[in-house]
Structures are given as structure tokens and as C-alpha cells.
Design a protein around this ligand. Structure first.
Ligand code: CO
Ligand code: CO
Length: 316
């Protein structure tokens, strides 16, 4: 791709494949840029409506992770021939209602036939190019703030293995359906620069992307990292999907864990998330006001670490 589309010929492509971020960004003028992203995946829950809503929240999240405001979306769906029509319409309705909550109109889309269902959105948003969040925007001294707990991967894996308890699943589903809109609004309001969303590469994988893009080291305080109430339980039952082990293999050489952090807790930090929260860098002097404003907006935030000089990640 690099050879076909050389970046120098497209000066308005502010973010593309050369420095991958959560979404592509195309400058329209000095004040406005388009943010464009797509994502789709196979069902993470059995309820068709929830699946559609989670897939939509997840797709919209990559615009929020850039500090952008989504406004238009298209459905991307692959559905089995023998899927009852009321199921497909529930998936689409879940996505459409989540989009409407975000103030986004679904203007069309495309559906193909496939043995395994897949659903997601193409999303287009606007961002002020001077106020964009990026993986490379962390500064030494920033506090690292997370806006949703971890534990969605082990919980949905427990569901697939028929080991999940209803209340545990509901807790994870409620979080996954939650939009990252308010978290993103906060980031813009406080003029933050460093941010991404936590999805398939897990907290540590996405944090490493940020550390490397920003040229910094990250230090996490395990005791301050939030988890859903059943995450540890399912970790102890070994409810880790293949992706968690892939993440561990791929990222662990760049992560140092304190001896007190056992195998299950380490694995929870490599656990892939669906529709996870934003990870933001908040300058230390803004942290208190940021936390108070988050409370006003009913947006949970957890300060889980800090940005330091160096490379890699340390978990204490
Ligand atoms: Co992302
Ligand atoms: Co994505």
C-alpha cells in the first residue's frame, strides 16, 4: 500500500497507513477534517439486539478515540441464508438505535450472505485537526486514565463455554454497549492529545502502541486498574480466548510485571476487549479538574498509571 499511495502526494491525509491510528483522518480545511473508520465482527453475545448495539458502539468508538464527532454511518453485514429475518432485523435495529443515541444517521450499507454472521459500521465523523487525539500524543508526566473497566473478553469467552452467570454477562454487556462519546467529549474539553480505545490488542497491546508512537514508557499501578466484578473469577477458570494468548506472545517482551502480579492478573491485561474504554493521557495539572468534570457528566474515570521517559511498560 505504501508504494501505491505515497503519503507525500496526499498532504491532506493527516492520518493513514503510514502511522496507523484508530481511524483515518483527511483534512478538509484548517478547522475541519473527516475521520473515517470501519469495524465488524462475529457475535460476542447471543442476544441479537445487544450484538448489534455493541458492534455499533465499537465501530463508533474509533471516531471518539480520535477526539472526533461521528455523524454518518453505513451498515456492514454478513448474514447466513437460514437466519430468521426477525434476528437479522434485531441486529440492525440494535445498531441503528445505538447510532441514533450517538446522534449518527445510518444512511445505507451493504449485506452479503455468509455462514457466520458479521456486523459493524463504516463511520464518518468530523474533528478539528488541531485538537485531534492520537496514539502519539502522550507526554512525560501525563496521568493515564481509563474510562471503562476490563474483563469483557473473559466474560464473553465464559458465555461461549456456557460457564457464564447471567448477572456477570449483563454487567459486561452494559459496559460494551456504552458509547465512548462522553469520554471523548471530556478529552476535547480538556484539550488532551494522547488517546486511543482499548479493543482487541488488550490494555497492554494498545498501551504499547501509544508508548511507541509517543516515544515514552508507561507505568501502570495494578491496584488502580478497574475490572468487572467477575473478571478475576473467569480468569481463574481459564476463560481466555486465543486472542489473549496471541497478545501475550506478541507483547510480553516489552512488559515488566512486579512479582506480586500473578499469572491470571497478567493474562487479564492481555485479554482482548470488545468496545472497551478510552485510554487517555491527562496532564498532571489538569487531572483534578478532569476528574471533577467527569463526575458531573457521569463518566467513570480511573487514573491507572503515568507516562515516564524510556520505553516499554512496567506494571507495579
Ligand atoms: Co481503536
Ligand atoms: Co477499529
Amino acid at each position: 500500500m505504501k508504494d501505491i499511495f505515497d503519503a507525500a502526494s496526499f498532504p491532506d491525509l493527516l492520518v493513514g497507513l503510514r502511522e496507523p491510528d484508530d481511524a483515518a483522518v483527511w483534512r478538509l480545511d484548517d478547522d475541519r477534517a473527516l475521520v473515517v473508520t470501519t469495524d465488524f465482527f462475529t457475535p460476542v453475545v447471543d442476544d441479537a439486539y445487544d450484538y448489534g448495539a455493541i458492534a455499533a458502539a465499537n465501530s463508533l468508538s474509533d471516531v471518539y478515540a480520535m477526539g472526533g464527532q461521528p455523524f454518518l454511518a453505513l451498515n456492514v453485514a454478513a448474514l447466513p441464508d437460514d437466519l430468521p429475518p426477525e434476528i437479522s432485523s434485531e441486529i440492525i435495529r440494535g445498531g441503528a438505535e445505538k447510532a441514533r443515541e450517538a446522534g449518527v444517521v445510518i444512511a445505507g450499507g451493504h449485506t452479503v450472505k455468509d455462514k457466520e454472521p458479521k456486523f459493524g459500521l463504516v463511520v464518518i465523523g468530523f474533528v478539528d485537526p488541531r485538537k485531534m487525539l492520537s496514539k502519539g500524543g502522550l507526554k512525560v508526566g501525563d496521568a493515564l486514565v481509563l474510562t471503562k473497566p476490563l474483563g469483557f473478553g473473559v466474560t464473553t469467552t465464559a458465555l461461549k463455554r456456557e460457564q457464564v452467570e447471567t448477572a456477570d454477562l449483563q454487567e459486561a454487556v452494559d459496559w460494551m454497549k456504552r458509547l465512548n462519546s462522553t469520554a471523548s467529549q471530556l478529552a476535547v474539553e480538556f484539550d488532551l492529545r494522547g488517546g486511543t480505545d482499548i479493543t482487541g490488542y488488550s490494555l497492554l497491546g494498545h498501551a504499547l502502541e501509544m508508548a511507541e508512537a509517543s516515544g515514552v514508557a508507561l507505568n501502570f499501578e495494578f491496584a488502580n486498574i478497574p475490572f468487572t466484578s467477575s473478571a478475576r473469577k473467569y480468569a481463574e477458570k481459564g476463560c481466555f480466548a486465543g486472542g489473549a494468548f496471541d497478545n501475550k506472545v506478541y507483547f510480553e517482551s516489552r512488559v515488566k510485571f512486579a512479582d506480586s502480579i500473578d499469572e491470571e492478573n497478567q493474562m487479564l491485561l492481555f485479554d482482548p476487549q470488545t468496545s472497551g474504554g478510552l485510554l487517555l493521557g491527562v496532564p498532571q495539572e489538569k487531572l483534578e479538574a478532569f476528574t471533577i468534570r467527569a463526575q458531573e457528566l457521569s463518566q467513570p474515570v480511573w487514573a491507572i498509571g503515568r507516562v515516564e521517559t524510556g520505553t516499554g511498560i512496567q506494571v507495579e
